[in-house]
Design a protein around this ligand. Structure first.
Ligand code: C5P
Length: 303
């Protein structure tokens, strides 16, 4: 276990009950880049789901604000300057002078297109707002932590527009099986956006299919999803060709209904039907360097 901590500010610890919050991975089921603003940020139209694998945030009483990190991917964060860690930034956004001992269990690969840092920041806000009994910050402040943090705060199937500030909750992700695969290569989000050939692409096809709000079943929903895109996939593959290999392997799986990259990569996902069991052991043995997680969409908002 690698861990690090830094005292930030002192204030008396209260006798509050420890609080935990799950930070589910965010999956961009579709991600359309629709334009670019004057400040260089890209406008998006994205369908975002949350799944049953993720990081965990636990908070306990402490005089000062501290962060310890454990879990399989702790080492990849330990070299970050702690002031830049999104968990501490989220805590300070909620209160500049309260103390808490925060533990982050890092189960998700870092900077991998499934919102790890943003999900952690959102879970920190959820856990500390309960722990300190404070309201969540207003949306504009939440957005200052990162474009994906507002949608991660919902942890519900959502349509995200603008640069991330416009979030419409659509409900729960249908009970589809979702396979996440990351080849554990580094890819820089700004580099992927810079490599885009076209920045003005069509929005999601209207009406945005939502299986829980319409008579459409999961099958129709996946058909609708198949007609959408991730506009960042091509530039990401150009920068890291192994992402193309991951997608080919996912498409080739028996029972694969859809395979696509999430966010700016490198994590890709496949939606699998129930008729074909996934041979996780065989897949992992063939790709020992890849991160593989079998999961499903969240049916309820995590605590
Ligand atoms: O918000 P986040 O920190 O994830 O963004 C990382 C970088 O990705 C930004 O600095 C920007 O270069 C790029 N980006 C963008 N448009 C977005 C989100 C991110 O150009 N909507």
């Amino acid at each position: 276990m690698r861990s690090w901590r830094r005292k930030v500010r002192r204030r008396s610890a209260s006798r509050m009950m420890p609080s935990e919050a799950f930070a589910p991975a965010k999956v961009n089921l579709a991600l359309h880049v629709t334009g670019r603003r004057a400040d260089g940020y890209h406008t998006l139209d994205s369908l975002v789901a949350f799944v049953g694998v993720g990081d965990m945030i636990a908070v306990e009483a402490s005089d000062s604000l501290t962060l310890d990190i454990d879990g399989p991917f702790a080492r990849d964060l330990a070299t970050d300057p702690d002031d830049d860690n999104l968990v501490l930034r989220a805590a300070r956004l909620l209160s500049a002078d309260r103390g808490a001992s925060i533990r982050l269990t890092k189960n998700l690969p870092v900077a991998s297109g499934i919102g790890g840092g943003s999900a952690d920041a959102a879970a920190t806000l959820r856990a500390l707002s309960r722990f300190w009994q404070m309201p969540l910050p207003p949306p504009v402040k939440v957005l200052s932590l990162g474009a994906d943090v507002p949608v991660c705060l919902t942890s519900s199937l959502s349509r995200m527009r603008g640069i991330g500030e416009r979030v419409d909750i659509l409900g729960s992700t249908p009970p589809v099986r979702i396979l996440l695969v990351n080849p554990l290569v580094q890819i820089s989000t700004p580099a992927v956006f810079s490599a885009l050939e076209c920045r003005e692409n069509p929005s999601l096809e209207e009406p945005v299919a939502c299986p829980l709000r319409s008579a459409e079943g999961t099958g129709d929903w996946i058909d609708w999803l198949s007609r959408q895109r991730n506009d960042l996939e091509a530039p990401a593959i150009a920068l890291q060709p192994v992402i193309g290999q991951v997608l080919e392997e996912l498409h080739a799986l028996r029972g694969c209904r859809l395979a696509r990259m999430s966010g700016s990569g490198a994590t890709c996902f496949a939606l699998l039907d129930d008729d074909h069991p996934f041979d996780g052991e065989g897949f992992r043995a063939s790709h020992p360097g890849w991160w593989v997680a079998e999961t499903s969409g969240l049916s309820a908002k995590p605590s």
